[in-house]
Write a protein that binds this ligand. Structure first.
Ligand SMILES: NC(=O)c1ccc[n+]([C@@H]2O[C@H](COP(=O)([O-])OP(=O)(O)OC[C@H]3O[C@@H](n4cnc5c(N)ncnc54)[C@H](O)[C@@H]3O)[C@@H](O)[C@H]2O)c1
Length: 399
């Protein structure tokens, strides 16, 4: 039995805890929890049905419980700190994305990796496990469109899911460094995975347009649960007070707050080490949710759509939305596109979590899992896009 500790007891780690208890109880045992917020941790333990020791200090947890594997799912800015501390204690790590939020943290992680090359450590980038991404990977590896020359990637968050990013801590630059890291690191990892390369140069622009104090709105406050306008404001929400048994990182920050300091819109040109050119854009207030990926090869073009329509306020991750997934190949000289069948999966994140967990919790874990270096490449792309927007110039990603 592998002794597992969870660090950062939030919504994401709840999915891990449930999967471990339901599907991997024969090989993995959750032995302790850690969070700086005791109320949140208690709510988490109740929701996951766990009766294990709870710590607000990582060193105390390690000294008392001797975990062999740590799952890190804290607020993004703190991933690097726990990752380095776990590696230096020779404890295996599964770290949520983004692996970290800036270049300095990338360097600290690489140094810890060099000190501890033998310790198991991976980044849980689940997006590359989605059925559309896996099908695209197979097509490209099989040479379906020849040599890849360019790629276009458009990410849209609908107005329910999009707003949720502005209700939470990730709307503060200091805690997430923006959606370029918090959200798009998934997509940058997927681009790297599909292209078998990494970004070397980016140029980007972006803005806060739909949310924040400068966007048109009628009411404004700090949190919905303390706001004087909560009866009349169309954007007021209620959250699960039993799960978020705390006032520290509640998911009901005002989406019109002057403290929001990240972009809700950005676009980037990206050059890859293997010569591929890509364009990437994110819009966090769209009419529908999803991603559209076009890949042009010297022998044809692939167009993939992974969309969900009509998400509802009580359906944050679009489990009940109407899906539209398709992959089509347009070949030179043919008037008819070729429809490619997609092997669908059920479950959270389009079935990606189930496939990721199966690899993470296999004994031994799968060799194909996203590495720390994969996590770092994705972070460096996102951090470079932030730098390019802030500095108004082209950024060399690997500097
Ligand atoms: N892969 C995915 O599909 C996916 C989906 C959602 C979230 N995530 C990632 O999972 C992580 C957690 O997200 P979430 O939605 O569960 O957030 P959350 O706010 O629900 O949970 C974060 C937890 O971290 C705790 N925390 C904050 N600072 C800490 C510190 N210094 N030490 C210990 N604990 C600390 C908070 O108290 C909170 O309980 C984020 O990094 C996010 O990017 C990944």
């Amino acid at each position: 039995m592998k002794r597992v500790a969870i660090v950062g007891c939030g919504l994401r780690m709840l999915a891990f805890a449930r999967a471990l208890c339901e599907s991997y109880a024969g090989t993995h045992e959750i032995i302790a929890l850690m969070d700086i917020d005791a109320g949140k941790m208690a709510g988490f333990a109740r929701a996951a049905g766990l009766q294990v020791p709870q710590y607000t200090d990582f060193d105390q947890l390690c000294a008392a419980c001797h975990p062999e594997l740590v799952l890190i799912g804290t607020v993004d800015a703190f991933h690097a700190e726990y990752l380095v501390r776990a590696l230096d204690r020779k404890i295996g790590v599964i770290c949520e994305k983004p692996l970290c939020i800036n270049r300095l943290q990338c360097r600290e992680i690489l140094a810890a990796r060099e000190r501890n090359p033998e310790v198991f450590a991976v980044t849980s980038h689940n997006s590359r496990y989605r059925p559309v991404a896996r099908t695209l990977k197979k097509l490209l590896a099989g040479g379906a469109i020849g040599r890849v020359l360019s790629l276009e990637y458009h990410e849209t968050l609908d107005q329910v899911h999009g707003k949720s990013y502005f209700r939470r801590w990730n709307s503060r630059r200091a805690l997430s460094n923006g959606l370029q890291l918090h959200k798009s690191s998934h997509h940058f990892d997927k681009m790297n995975y599909l292209l078998e390369s990494h970004a070397v140069e980016v140029s980007a622009s972006g803005a806060l347009i739909a949310y924040g104090a400068r966007a048109p709105h009628r009411f404004s406050g700090e949190h919905c649960h303390t706001c004087a306008h909560r009866q009349e404001c169309p954007d007021a929400i209620e959250y699960d007070h039993d799960l978020f048994d705390s006032t520290l990182y509640t998911p009901d920050l005002c989406i019109w707050s002057p403290d929001i300091d990240i972009e809700d819109t950005f676009a980037a040109s990206i050059r890859f080490a293997n010569g591929v050119f890509a364009s990437y854009s994110l819009c966090a207030y769209a009419s529908y949710e999803g991603e559209v990926i076009h890949i042009q090869g010297d022998n044809g073009r692939i167009e993939a759509r992974q969309l969900q329509y009509l998400s509802r306020t009580d359906d944050l991750h679009n489990q009940k939305a109407v899906p539209e997934e398709s992959i089509r190949i347009f070949r030179f000289g043919s008037a008819t596109p070729e429809e490619v069948p997609i092997e669908r999966e059920s479950g959270s994140h389009g079935g990606a979590d189930k496939l990721l967990f199966a690899e993470l919790f296999a004994c031994p874990p799968a060799a194909s899992l996203p590495t720390l270096q994969d996590g770092i490449y994705a972070v460096l792309t996102g951090a470079s896009i932030v730098e390019s927007i802030q500095q108004g110039r082209k950024i060399s990603v690997m500097d």
